[in-house]
Design a protein around this ligand. Sequence first.
Ligand SMILES: [Zn+2]
Length: 300
Amino acid sequence: MLLTYVGRFAPSPTGPLHAGSLVAALASWLDARAHNGQWLVRIEDVDTPRCDAKMSVLMLEQLAACGLVSDASVVYQSQRSALYQAALDTLAQKGWAYPCGCSRKEIEETQALQGHTRERHHAAVYPGTCRDGLNGKTARAWRLNVQRVMNDLKISTPLTWQDQRLGAQEQNVATEVGDFVLRRADDLWAYQLAVVVDDAAQGVTHIVRGEDLADNTARQIILQRALGLPTPSYRHTPLVLGANGEKLSKQNGAEALDLHDPLIALEQAAKVLGLPTMAPRTSLETALENWCRVWKVTTR
Ligand SMILES: [Zn+2]
């Protein structure tokens, strides 16, 4: 059976679920339910040194307490290296991926020579040093040759796409991001490659996730095109801000959700999404049903 809607929630188990991640979980679940679709949970644990298997268990328990349960077996990225390797092999065979021998320090030095300053909050744009060969250096990472993919597939620059909430988006990946990493120098798979391979392998048609990830969309669309994979629909949800005005995250002290009363946590998440507060003593099931009805109307 071909499903017309497959959505997913894909957390990294670097800490327990917090108020910010619950917003993305709830939004993706509501969107899937509103479309009579399937909702999958995928644990993004490619960054193995930062991930903790105990946190995966805890996160799934937290989601279940909120009535959010994956419609199929939970997938773990740490078990899917063979798929990512096959994708990298495909890209390398087409001449779209190449090994890079630069250290972080070398990349920064080249940029300084070229007069680029590194902006705050922005990762360094790789200057393309190894694009035409390693020049005797040892391969450390693998990168995507962005401009070559764009040229070969006649993808116009800047890349444009439609976000279901943010509207028309565009990014010039070659100049704003550069040849991004597919396999890291520490031998771990890069987030971009793993996400694109898994979304396609799981048949994901709709991606609903936090706005902090919106910036990855253009890179992921280029990878989808390079691998001959379909591009899902994208909706990026509002973020919960911490006391310092920055996105609430494990890094700025987001607390684990208190799930003694899951409805209280869910109501906070619902509020961020512009959904109504429920009457006292509403059951979890009724609240989710009601929000789903409102979601259907308001996201049309
Ligand atoms: Zn390099």
